[in-house]
Ligand binder design. Structure first.
Ligand code: PLP
Ligand code: COI
Length: 340
């Protein structure tokens, strides 16, 4: 047994017992393999190392009050990984292979699925890399698909308490027609300088603008952005942001709750008009934002005047979690309960 203090878990890597691997060679995927090693053996000329042929996913497994383990919208993660793979010309796992790998990775590490009520969950990290050698700029002829899991707590140390974020103009996370819609490592590398600086300056994350005009909100380093104005949920439409599965789910919940939804460009000045704003994603869940500072103009936008999340963000947060933990009827068919 492990001695994890579940309630105190940060969002970070912790060793578990097993990971699952599958290799693509000679034009096809091999058998799923189970490994207890945290290390991979990789060719020094692999395209993952040299030309950024690397994509990943982030999803979670939740243990309910009934003790059952549930996955949330895994098919969407499979689809997005396939799309990322197409985007940077990698071989892609089929939906079946993706499911077999994540199911195995979770069930082999059952003891690491945090107990119900601790606020923690099991983060699942599928990874796809070009593992074969190339020196010319070409796609690899070999790939490794790997899934590891790690128990995690909240991404922002604030949890559901409001965070501050910083608008940056001197860095772009992704180009307008670049790789922003794919979940590839390069986007995160491009976000590191701004993200580390934001932390040093006291912010939980940086908020990137559209790279072309620098007028519209794109997204935060690790999460999508949304704003609520009256009865309307607004979230950016952009060719350089990650299509968040959490955001897509919140849109459905918002509509179900009678809110109007707008996916459109959000000019920076419009931040003035929102009643509530937040960041959303698998890791961030729904993180209410209390302050946005524009690093260049010095302008500050403030929310959560009472020191806590607004009523609509709070309602969306609780409904999302209730579905993920199996407490609310799964009327949208988002949840897969694992057979142990
Ligand atoms: N945007 C970025 C840049 C992310 O890294 C993530 C996390 O996966 C998201 C948005 C949220 O996406 P999802 O809700 O699918 O986790
Ligand atoms: C996620 O929310 O799953 C992410 O991937 C965000 C970050 C940890 C990269």
């Amino acid at each position: 047994m492990n001695n994890i203090k579940w309630e105190e878990l940060p969002f970070g890597y912790r060793k578990t017992n097993y990971n699952v691997r599958c290799y693509w060679k000679d034009g096809k995927w091999g058998e799923l393999e189970i490994s207890s090693s945290e290390v991979i053996n990789l060719h020094m000329a692999s395209t993952a190392l040299h030309y950024g042929q690397e994509a990943f996913e982030g999803m979670k497994a939740f243990k309910g009050k009934d003790g059952k383990i549930r996955l949330f919208r895994w098919e969407e993660n499979a689809k997005r990984l396939q799309n990322s793979a197409d985007g940077i010309m990698m071989a892609k796992p089929s939906t079946e292979l993706f499911y077999q790998a994540i199911e195995k990775a979770v069930l082999m590490n059952k003891e690491y699925v945090p107990p119900y009520g601790t606020g923690a969950s099991l983060y699942i990290r599928p990874l796809l890399i070009g593992s074969g050698p190339q020196v010319g700029v070409k796609p690899s002829e070999e790939y490794l698909f790997l899934v590891f899991v790690t128990p995690v707590g909240p991404y922002f140390k604030e949890g559901f308490n409001p965070v501050s974020v910083q608008i940056v103009r001197d860095f772009d996370r992704a180009a307008p027609l670049g790789t922003g819609t794919y979940k590839v490592g390069g986007n995160y590398a491009a976000s590191l300088q701004a993200g580390v600086r934001a932390h040093q300056e006291g912010y939980a994350a940086s908020l990137f603008l559209d790279a072309k005009e620098k007028e519209y909100i794109d997204e935060a380093g690790p999460a999508n952005f949304f704003g609520i104005k009256g009865n309307t949920y607004v979230t950016p439409k952009s060719t350089s942001i990650l299509p968040s599965i959490t955001n897509k789910s919140i849109v459905t919940l918002a509509e179900d709750m009678g809110l109007k939804v707008e996916r459109r460009q959000i000019p920076v000045e419009e931040l003035e008009e929102f009643d509530e704003v937040g960041a959303c994603g698998t890791a961030a869940v729904i993180s209410p934002i209390k302050k946005i500072e524009d690093r260049d103009t010095g302008k500050v936008f403030e929310y959560c005047k009472e020191g806590k999340a607004g009523p609509i963000s709070t309602k969306l947060f609780h409904r999302l979690l209730a579905i993920q933990y199996g407490e609310e009827e799964d009327k949208f068919g988002w949840v897969t309960t694992l057979n142990e």
